[in-house]
Write a protein that binds this ligand. Structure first.
Ligand code: FES
Length: 159
């Protein structure tokens, strides 16, 4: 008996449409994974295997692409994904203090998820908001000129 697909019809269609846009199917992989991740929240090996069958790119190649892109999550993440910039400008403007404050408040180290599955903390290189750094992004919301007090208020409101 055939196992049930993880990808739904809409996602399979999206992948096929993306494939037509590129000569090299490798180029379509990131957008396909990002699209699927919107619903599934993270990309498991089983998802990669299904994508691999559709795009005809080896599983190992898709795994290396997925691992390279910090926007693709290879393990389950929390309800609120906190991406904080660890780029040079944010470093100069003190992201390290913000990182420490978030880590202490959430009791997790960067790259991890809280036990209650509410928060995941992810460092990311440059959120494209250098003029207003330090910058963090929580889910789809960008926060500029973040201070210790500001980040604690934001996190308390999301508790
Ligand atoms: S270096 Fe942090 S937003 Fe660009």
């Amino acid at each position: 008996m055939k196992e049930k697909n993880i990808l739904n019809n809409k996602e399979q269609k999206f992948i096929l449409t993306e494939l037509k846009k590129y000569e090299d199917p490798n180029a379509a992989v990131v957008e396909c994974l990002k699209y699927v991740q919107q619903r599934l929240k993270w990309i498991s090996l089983d998802v990669i295997k299904e994508v691999s069958q559709i795009v005809s790119v080896p599983v190992s190649k898709i795994e290396s692409i997925a691992t390279f892109y910090s926007q693709i999550f290879r393990q389950p993440v929390g309800k609120n994904i906190i991406k904080y910039c660890d780029g040079v400008v944010c470093y100069i403007n003190g992201y390290k203090k913000i990182e420490k404050t978030m880590s202490n408040y959430l009791k997790i180290t960067p790259g991890n998820t809280t036990k209650d599955k509410k928060f995941t903390l992810i460092p990311i290189c440059c959120l494209g908001n250098c003029d207003n750094s330090p910058t963090i992004m929580i889910n789809e919301n960008l926060f500029s000129n973040v201070t210790n007090r500001k980040i604690i208020n934001i996190l308390e409101n999301l508790r």
